[in-house]
Design a protein around this ligand. Structure first.
Ligand code: GUN
Length: 287
């Protein structure tokens, strides 16, 4: 079997086009331009790349982008003051504090200081609780992107066996919650899971979000399963720098029914969903 490729790059382009259409209508009909503020503390190279890309795509969608770059030794009080200012700025509809933060900053405290209705990452404890109880919330961007691709490919995922590998607050846990809200039967697997290959073999849907290059080989995958690979890992191979996922694409694509590639799968969907969440926050703020 050779898997169907789920083209996240093309899907994300469609989402961005829809977002740009909403932005045009908000401007023309209501005189409102959605605004997204991104706060970056320190100089982590990967974070700098993401933040630059977010800013560029925000502007391309017709929205206002506000970037706040702060030194790595910024105090908690100074960061909280910037967030407070953004919380109270009516031109800012979405706020994203890029993670990870430098070690001296309390990540939970910082995230929970963002106004929940502007928390376009969906990481605030209020949004986590709303999602967990199936209420209207801001939904974390990467899991939302995965869900959109699954719904698009399958129509309905109701009753399917889904295994999420990884239990992070950013991907694994909200992903499991979203799949459950769509009536899948959900297992969360992680580093302490016994017989991980056996657990994965039961899955109609596998979402791999562990951050370990090519950890999931094809022989763990059930024939015909749908594989969503969230991993973005940089490795050296044959003297070249290469991006690979958490799934061994070569072997998995021979067994799976459908699979997302890396790059060009989940990655582009994350920022597209961030833009969509910003428009959602803007619409909710303006009734
Ligand atoms: N770092 C890695 N992924 C994310 C994300 O989705 N949001 C934020 N704020 N930081 C991240």
């Amino acid at each position: 079997m050779t898997a169907t490729l789920i083209d996240g790059k093309a899907f994300a382009a469609k989402v961005r086009e829809q977002v740009a259409g909403h932005v045009t209508r908000l401007k023309e009909d209501h005189g409102i331009t959605p605004g997204l503020a991104v706060v970056l503390v320190g100089e982590d190279p990967a974070s700098q790349v993401y933040v630059r890309s977010k800013g560029k795509q925000t502007v391309e969608a017709g929205m206002n982008s506000y970037e706040h770059k702060m030194d790595a030794d910024t105090s908690e009080a100074d960061l909280l003051a910037v967030i407070d200012q953004l919380n109270n700025d009516p031109a800012v509809h979405g706020i994203l504090v890029q993670l990870p933060l430098p070690g001296h900053l309390n990540e939970d405290l910082i995230i929970n200081s963002i106004a929940p209705e502007k928390d376009v990452d969906g990481f605030h404890i209020s949004n986590v609780g709303l999602l967990g109880t199936g209420q209207k919330s801001m939904v974390p961007c990467t899991p939302l992107g995965c869900l959109m691709m699954l719904r698009d490919y399958h129509g309905s995922i109701s009753g399917m066996n889904a295994v999420v590998i990884g239990r992070s607050n950013i991907v694994g846990k909200p992903m499991a919650q979203l799949l459950l809200n769509d009536s899948a039967t959900v297992t969360i697997a992680h580093s302490r899971t016994k017989d991980l290959p056996g657990v994965v073999k039961q899955a109609d849907i596998v979402v791999a979000a562990v951050g370990r290059p090519e950890m999931v080989p094809g022989d763990w995958i059930k024939e015909g399963a749908t594989v969503i690979d969230v991993g973005i890992n940089r490795i050296e191979r044959d003297g070249k720098n290469k991006l690979v996922g958490d799934v061994d694409f070569e072997s998995a694509s021979k067994v799976a029914g459908a699979i997302t590639p890396v790059p060009g799968g989940v990655g582009p969907m994350t920022i597209a969903c961030l833009l969509a969440n910003t428009v959602t926050a803007c619409c909710r703020a303006n009734g």
